[in-house]
Design a protein around this ligand. Sequence first.
Ligand code: BGC
Length: 753
Amino acid sequence: MDVKALVAQMTLEEKAGLCSGQDFWHTKPVERLNVPAVMVSDGPHGLRKQDEKADHLGVNDSIKAVCMPAACATAASFDRALIGAMGEAIGSSCQHEGLGVVLGPAVNIKRSPLCGRNFEYFSEDPYLAGEMSAAYISGVQSKNVGASIKHFAANNQEHRRMSSSSNADERTLREIYFPAFEISVRKAQPWTVMCSYNRVNGVYASENPWLLTGVLREEWGFDGYVMSDWGAVSDRVAGIAAGLDLEMPGSGGINDRKIVEAVRSGKLDEKIVDQACERILKINYRYLENARPETPWDKEADHRLSARIAEECMVLLKNEGVLPLEKKAETAFIGEFAASPRFQGGGSSHINCFKITSALEAARDLPVTYARGYSVESDSATDEMIAEAVKAARAAKVAVVFAGLPDSYESEGYDRRHMALPECQNRLIEAVAGANPNTVVVLHNGSPVEMPWLEKVKAVLEAYLGGQAVGIAVVRLLYGDANPCGHLAETFPVKLSDNPSYLYYGGEGNEADYREGIFVGYRYYDKKEMEVLFPFGHGLSYTTFVCSNLRLSREKITDRETLTAAVTVTNTGKRAGKSVVQLYVGDRESTALRPVRELKGFEKVELQPGESRDVTFTLDKRAFACWNTQIHDWYVETGAFTIEVGQSSRDIEVSGEVTVESTAELPRRYTADSIFMDIMADPGAAKAMGPMLETVRKAFGPGPETSEAAGEAVSGDMSMAMLQYMPLRGLMSFAPGQISESAMEELLKELNS
Ligand code: BGC
């Protein structure tokens, strides 16, 4: 379709109208020109296609669909192909249902365990979130259906979600909060981007030209359309000028009229409206011209796929020899979640499942007894319930407690208030562990919880919100029909107050200051050398793996070259399994504050017992760079970097070192206030300083080289140490008469040339 020609035939009113939804889930048709409406739907881990009674909070029913594991779980798979397959399945179901865009993935960074929507987000790590997101988008879009990556940007709390301003510095946004979007745009080119509700540094994301046009389109090359989150528009005219193409769900025509008035009064260039229409229509026709309503949707097959994905996501956090369970052994399943699991989160992603398989149902052929343990609805456990659970635990060889967060504890729309499990569940676990030394805990939660009972139980399986087939995956993993291979995409802190955002999270009024900066998740815990409950990247298996023999292709590269890092991973145990090989990069010597290590590569590898395989990573400039606020670009500071490979951020097995040399020069802006240390660290400037150094030596005593010979090492070092923080102008105060004003000017010219 020649959308330019189509838009040229439209009246201004029709064009303004096209820039907002017809209703909750459709773009506007232009009947006069036979332009049809296109339907969109949540997202992200299955369809929430609503027929009537539309809402954006998951309140009213939608069609029967298949609920896949939520992003908190899928990220833990560390498996791009797997999440790609999930995207393909969702894309196909969209084709079947006549949906042009699915509203997801949601890629916001987990800044605090308190965010009510963490279950829908991938990770505390931007690289992992970006890789998972890109794989999902490619999967969906391979079916000629668009994805809408959301919520752009810095949307990391639900508290005051429609008014709060996420105030973060440039480096923090670039290094932590943007890359998941950037990677997705560069690798997978999502058809649409959904801007977030919040403001970013004071400006609503929906009317932020820097975000929606500067960064997204001009820097990253996004070429689809931007839609608003539902009701995220404050000033529509400012929004469309900033790059917000489609307002959803719409304003009953009020904002359309404002666009028309702004064009008529000369405040808004009509070309901007044309451009928004062209972008929307280009995407709509990309779907319409490839619509395949005859695509079958085999929900049973997707249910099985959902089980398989869940199996690859769950994280075995702890196992002291009790798992896998023997099929013959009497086992007690305790806790209401065994019979009715919590497998998805509340809000706009809520799916009306065609079927749900609980663990109890999946284990129906095994010698399993059941005790309810607690009531989710009343959030309590009676003495009788606990007594019944204890009795069941005593009678069994192994007791498995199914615990987790009820819907009321975490959801879209509000944040958690603490990181604890319901008190009744903690009490139940303690009682059961007291009654049976072989107690296992299975967790259903979308974000970390504190585990005061951890030492008293033998094993913990983090099942996250594992989708509608969660029970199948849990049972297969518990009994060893499948081998756990999920790894944490987030750190589990010991307690909430350990989290780096703890002092500031939520903000004051509408101001949420991201004062911890780039030190989010393990970037903070590792730098602080803090004890954590479970580190980022952690995950056990029923077999063991060893990474060895790290080979770096070069000892030294420039930032224009790439480094290849190869490592051998071996299954040293007795079962087949999948290892997640993780590569971290750390800047050894840097003037910028940097984390100890940052994830820059990962691969999931399946290995038979005894089998070894080589895994190769290619690292380019971005693996070493940090955002430089002087040049507003990525910059690698020349120096040594560590390359670490292991099975979690705290389980590094092999490491090496490479020197990376910068080919970019930072602009020199020396003044009389510049200090010696900075000047001397810059080889060019240090050279220019040459002749002046003699004057310096005279004024401040001998430097370390000469003083050592004279046996004055200490005093010489000291004067040099003090000198390093001295501004150039200090020469005039401390070596009066030895440097004239004009000589200083000359020197500065020289230094800056
Ligand atoms: C959510 C979005 C969702 C939209 C439509 C909003 O409240 O933030 O993630 O896609 O509603 O349901």
